[in-house]
Design a binder for this molecule. Structure first.
Ligand code: PXP
Length: 241
């Protein structure tokens, strides 16, 4: 069964709306774990718009499953990761003006730079993942960086508006998964996934983790985060592998 890693950024988005103390993503992470999450994900953005340094520091000590730190490939973030030692780092592109991560990381022509960035993290036994589009050239470049994982960006699939476009985006992802696995990469999926659009991946072999945030936090507003996590875990439990 593939694993569910819950991104709790948007618990922090709500807290930051009032610049107060609640809701606390640390408590959210605990609820997600009690609901069956196999991991907790936070994106510490350069502009600190949701997750704060304090959140990552506390989560490092309280998360009992595994902690995945999403971050840009900057010296500041590398220092933080080396100090806090999350279980995994996932490198993502970051733009100040974007509402959320808009596309995958460009790895083409940056294989050496990314390898050098990841080397000290890998040396500390931190696993590395690259968030990329399902583009064969990106996948090949990612396979030359030392990262053990890629996370295929499912946002274009999630945002597709017609059945034909959805099918085409799904096909790209399925081809990308096979390509990456053939190159020895482990494959995660994430961005824009919800309780419905995740279903076509049910019979796709070898997907290790689903990284899901917004839809679970949105559902949590009605049923609580523990139950919202449980509902997604239940769906993934029905996926064969
Ligand atoms: N994966 C990555 C790399 C992301 O940046 C995000 C959004 O922070 C997610 C997964 C989760 O996306 P969503 O919140 O749409 O489920």
């Amino acid at each position: 069964m593939p694993l569910l890693c819950v991104n709790v950024d948007h618990i922090a988005t709500l807290r930051q709306a009032r610049l107060g103390r609640e809701p606390d993503p640390v408590l959210g992470a605990h609820e997600a774990e009690l609901g069956g999450a196999s991991g907790i994900i936070v994106h510490l953005r350069e502009d600190r718009r949701h997750i704060q340094d304090r959140d990552v520091e506390i989560l490092r000590r309280t998360v009992g499953t595994k902690l995945n730190l999403e971050m840009a490939a900057t010296a500041e973030m590398q220092d933080i990761a080396l100090r806090l030692r999350p279980d995994t780092v996932c490198l993502v592109p970051e733009k100040r003006q974007e509402l959320t991560t808009e596309g995958g990381l460009n790895c083409i022509g940056r294989e050496g730079e990314l390898s050098a960035f990841l080397a000290p993290l890998l040396a500390q036994d931190i696993e590395a993942s690259l968030f990329i589009d399902a583009d064969p050239a990106q996948i090949e470049a990612a396979s030359k960086t030392g990262a053990q994982f890629i996370e295929i960006h499912t946002g274009h699939y999630a945002d597709a508006v017609s059945p034909a476009a959805t099918k085409a985006e799904l096909e790209k992802i399925l081809t990308g998964i096979r390509h990456a696995q053939g190159l020895g990469l482990k494959v995660n999926l994430g961005h824009g996934l919800n309780y419905v659009n995740v279903l076509p991946f049910a019979h796709v072999p070898g997907i290790v983790e689903y990284s899901i945030g917004h839809s679970i936090v949105a559902r949590a507003a009605y049923v609580g985060l523990r139950q919202a996590t449980r509902d997604m875990v239940e769906i993934l439990r029905g996926f064969c592998d």
